[in-house]
Design a protein around this ligand. Structure first.
Ligand code: 0O2
Length: 213
């Protein structure tokens, strides 16, 4: 096993465990007959190529080290998608209450969107992983966002990859307009939230009645 595999293995375990635990929260809301503030959860260990790019940006050595573990806080990355903006504060509260992790930093790119138009709520957490050699604490970044914020971020991320961060003016203007449209969509959905949730509850009852298990 290479040095990188050894270094990244607790991050992989952290991502796997956090995904299961956060998905479990969604299931628990369902069992209690409540609408979940979590729509879906994804996670990934940052690919080596992205780790390399970021070490260049930050001016730190590209090697598995304590310095890298301290300065690159998103090697383990979790994304939680919510239907409504208000769900985000519910999810952050639930995360802060947990005893199996410690929140070390919170960055609110929703109240203060980035210049790119990016909106999302970031929590950096310290998460202990139990291994055969004892406990190893790793940092993980949890990004919490609405479906609309996620749609915008995914598209912008792919374009960023294509243009290496230097967008032609036309694309840049369109992305800014799309960010504004995503914001408006979130606002509209929030204002008809109770109607949407009543409809969702009605459909899940109908589904249960027609597919009894
Ligand atoms: P990937 O491919 O998702 O891993 P910092 O060290 O805090 O000064 P850092 O680490 O860049 O700077 O933190 P920041 O700005 O909070 O960004 C961390 C992650 O948030 C990014 O990881 C993206 O996932 C997401 N993000 C931040 N800004 C933007 C943006 O403008 N557009 C999009 N689409 N995503 C953004 P990576 O490493 O960039 O990418």
């Amino acid at each position: 096993m290479g040095q990188w595999d050894v270094f990244l293995s607790p991050y992989k375990q952290a991502v796997d465990e956090l995904k299961i635990k956060l998905k479990g929260m969604r299931t628990q809301f369902g069992i209690q007959g409540n609408t979940s503030p979590i729509e879906f959860v994804t996670g990934r260990v940052k690919p080596l190529a992205s780790i390399y790019d970021k070490t260049r940006e930050k001016g730190i050595p590209f090697e598995p080290s304590e310095q890298l573990a301290e300065q690159m806080q998103d090697i383990a990355g979790i994304r939680i998608m919510c239907q409504f903006v208000d769900d985000i504060s519910t999810v952050t509260r639930l995360i802060r209450q947990r005893d199996d992790l410690r929140v070390v930093e919170e960055i609110d790119y929703i109240a203060h969107k980035k210049q790119s138009g990016y909106r999302s709520y970031h929590m950096i957490v310290e998460y202990p992983v139990e291994t055969i050699n004892g406990r190893i604490s790793v940092l993980a970044e949890i990004q919490i966002r609405t479906l609309a914020m996620n749609f915008w971020a995914s598209i912008e991320h792919s374009l960023n990859y294509k243009y290496q961060g230097v967008f032609p003016e036309e694309i840049n203007n369109r992305l800014q307009r799309a960010a504004e449209a995503a914001f408006q969509l979130d606002e509209e959905m929030s204002s008809i939230r109770s109607e949407i949730q009543e409809a969702q509850a009605y459909f899940s009852e109908v589904k249960e009645a027609t597919n009894p298990t």
